[in-house]
Design a protein. Structure first.
Lengths: 100, 573
């Protein structure tokens, strides 16, 4: 870890979670999507991508912010603004009652 | 993932047995089909197949003297005309020289299609001569981008690129064209499916009603308008809404001209170099009606102190801007034009019970009127710009560079249409003014176009004087020369204990002589009593002309909100 990264400015402010993003099978879309997440101030903790039967891709990313004012709802809208991104949504933990 | 084309084959229709054409010709014909008349470009190795067929088209090509100039000319053209601009360059350094212009178009939401040559497909990824991954380099600063893999894709790709550049929130689109694809001959044409991501028309009716309820409840409402007004074609609707409601208005740098500078409801520009009346109004309002603005840090100052008592209505075509930096009470995404037209909170009348508020706002505006009777012997740049903009024809367009002169233009020039003011607002690109000015002039040949620049900025793209001369483009350039990097020097004076590190430009060339070397008519104004005659000569010269004005190195831009501080903390001279 560099000196800069140890600075409290870069400490996570606690905004994180898992996003499910559906992508068309088009060159560059995956890179554009992952780049947008990183540029908007998030680090990856896990990335998982699988192709669906309709040819689109399901991208599951677990992310954590790198500090500053962050909002996952806005990130989802920024992702949905990209061409060939079909949808982006937060995947929340289900409540116990729902699981029951 | 699929790499053969940008769209999977099942999403296209294939037409065979068409006239055999090269990818280069298909590209240019597709550009023509978009109604493009002018492209700004610079040839080189990988883009040569395109230049080879260029004379077979109706396109007018403007050869700038640097690819950055091409890109910024395309931006100026797009911003002056409202059309999509087009810039063309070769691979490698040609492409990277476009990057600043691409970023500028991205930050200011300008619709431009950038086309770059690329090394042949089989050499891509081999570090070939003049190979860079321009699609990768520019991915963060484009709205969308393509690598052409099949010449038959080009008609559809180009049509979609122009559509994407202009739809919704505009922005730059890049097409990277490998040389073998440009050279390849095909009898196929691929028709691409129409892109489905068309933006919503306007906010839902219940949101309009909620916004109107907030407007009815407000005692101190204020419009905060930005560049989205012009880009969303909402100028008329904004003016009608302001006339109806009689609510005061502040503007961002990009919103200038959306209301005429002398409109009775207009308080001025807000933000770091905003007017006192505007900044105080924002700090004290109880309802901020944001239209086509994005809470940029230069406008807001320290964000959590910005409009601290206000509820917020935010209208923007880009839903990702709403709630991004400031939580809003009502968000209206979709067409700004239609949302502005739909708002009618007072049944066609004015907002009642806000007279105390408006009197306070307008009395402050009067109290802080500019004083153009400055002491000293140097030419006073704010007065020169004030006089120039009022003596220029009504339809004159001003482009400018970046620095102190940019803020003086914003503060002191008169604008009655947002397309009259073309400035690099988001990226703040020195070197923008002259190429943007030549692009604007070529796009609007019947209008007077004036570029205001500084002695730092002009040197960043001074080679474009050769373009002005080559095509005899009658751009009028006002060079405000204080022989320093004025804005940086001002910050060194105010925030860095007058440690003037590397901001002195006392070894500048003789700019008038330099312009004449490019065969541009040029003259120098040294004293105040030469200003009137200088403006006369500038405005009456038929061809390109440069007026070099010596100004006071110590003159600064006021007011100034220190970075990271509240807009209430304005510093004065």
């Amino acid at each position: 870890m560099t000196e800069l990264q140890r600075d409290k400015t870069f400490e996570s402010s606690g905004v994180g979670g898992t996003l499910k993003i559906v992508l068309h099978d088009v060159s560059g879309t995956l890179l554009r999507t992952l780049g947008t997440i990183e540029r908007r101030g998030y680090d990856y903790r896990d990335v998982h991508c699988t192709q669906r039967v309709d040819g689109d891709f399901d991208l599951l990313v677990r992310i954590e912010d790198i500090g500053g004012p962050r909002n996952l709802d806005i990130l989802c809208k920024q992702l949905e603004r990209l061409y060939n991104v079909v949808s982006a949504e937060k995947v929340g933990r289900r409540k116990r009652a729902e699981r029951a | 993932m699929t790499t053969a084309t940008q769209f999977t084959k099942q999403q296209t229709e294939v037409f065979e047995n068409r006239d055999p054409k090269t990818g280069a010709l298909l590209l240019l014909e597709a550009i023509e089909a978009q109604g493009v008349d002018i492209i700004f470009g610079y040839p080189g190795g990988a883009i040569m197949p395109v230049y080879d067929v260029l004379p077979r088209t109706s396109l007018t090509h403007i050869l700038c003297r640097h690819e950055q100039g091409c890109g910024m000319a395309a931006i100026g053209y797009a911003r002056a005309t409202g059309k999509v601009g087009t810039a063309l360059a070769t691979s490698g350094p040609g492409a990277t020289n476009l990057v600043t212009a691409i970023a500028d178009a991205y930050l200011d939401s300008v619709p431009v299609v950038f086309i770059t040559g690329q090394v042949p497909s089989d050499l891509m990824g081999t570090d070939a001569f003049q190979e860079v991954d321009i699609v990768g380099i520019t991915m963060p600063i484009v709205k969308h981008s393509y690598i052409a893999r099949d010449p038959a894709d080009l008609p559809g790709m180009v049509a979609e690129a122009y559509f994407i550049a202009a739809e919704g929130r505009p922005g730059p689109v890049l097409i990277d064209l490998p040389k073998d694809v440009a050279n390849a001959v095909t009898t196929e044409r691929h028709r691409w499916r129409p892109y489905p991501k068309v933006k919503p028309e306007m906010g839902q009716s219940q949101d309009i009603a909620a916004a109107e309820a907030l407007m009815r409840a407000a005692k101190k409402p204020l419009f905060y308008i930005g560049g989205g007004i012009a880009q969303g074609d909402g100028v008329t609707e904004l003016r009608e809404l302001v006339e109806r409601t009689q609510i005061p208005v502040v503007s961002t740098l990009k919103g200038l001209g959306s209301l005429p500078s002398d409109h009775p409801n207009y308080l001025g520009m807000l933000g770091m170099h905003g007017l006192r009346a505007a900044n105080y109004a924002v700090q004290e309002c109880d309802l901020l009606i944001v239209a086509g603005a994005r809470f940029d840090d230069r406008a807001t100052g320290k964000l959590d102190t910005f409009a601290p008592e206000a509820k917020v209505i935010h209208m923007d075509i880009d839903i990702a801007e709403i709630n991004k930096l400031r939580a809003v009470n009502v968000g209206l995404d979709g067409s700004l034009k239609k949302n502005l037209a739909a708002l009618d909170p007072f049944d066609g009348g004015a907002a009642p019970n806000i007279s105390d508020w408006t009197e306070l706002c307008y009395s402050r505006r009067a109290m802080h009127e500019w004083d153009y009777d400055a002491p000293g012997e140097f030419v006073y740049a704010p007065k020169l710009l004030h006089d120039l903009s009022r003596r220029a024809p009504d339809s004159a367009i001003f482009t400018c560079d970046v620095g102190q002169h940019q803020m003086w233009v914003a503060q002191h020039c008169y604008f009655d249409d947002p397309k009259d003011h073309i400035t690099s607002g988001g990226l703040g690109t020195m070197g923008f003014g002259i190429p943007a000015g030549l692009g604007a002039k070529l796009g609007t040949p019947d209008r007077t176009v004036i570029t205001v620049t500084g002695d730092g900025s002009i040197m960043m793209n001074i080679q474009e004087l050769a373009t002005l001369n080559r095509y005899n483009i009658p751009l009028k350039i006002v060079l405000l020369d204080n022989s320093v990097l004025g804005m940086v020097r001002q910050w060194q004076e105010v925030f860095f204990d007058k440690n003037y590190s590397e901001t002195t430009l006392d070894d500048n060339p003789d700019f008038a002589l330099l312009a004449r070397a490019f065969q541009i008519d040029a003259f120098t104004v040294n004293t105040r009593d030469e200003v009137d005659a200088g403006i006369d000569r500038l405005l009456s010269t038929d061809g390109p002309v440069l007026m070099h004005v010596k100004i006071d190195p110590g003159e600064n831009v006021w007011p100034l909100v220190p970075p990271g501080r509240s807009n209430a903390d304005m510093m004065e001279r």
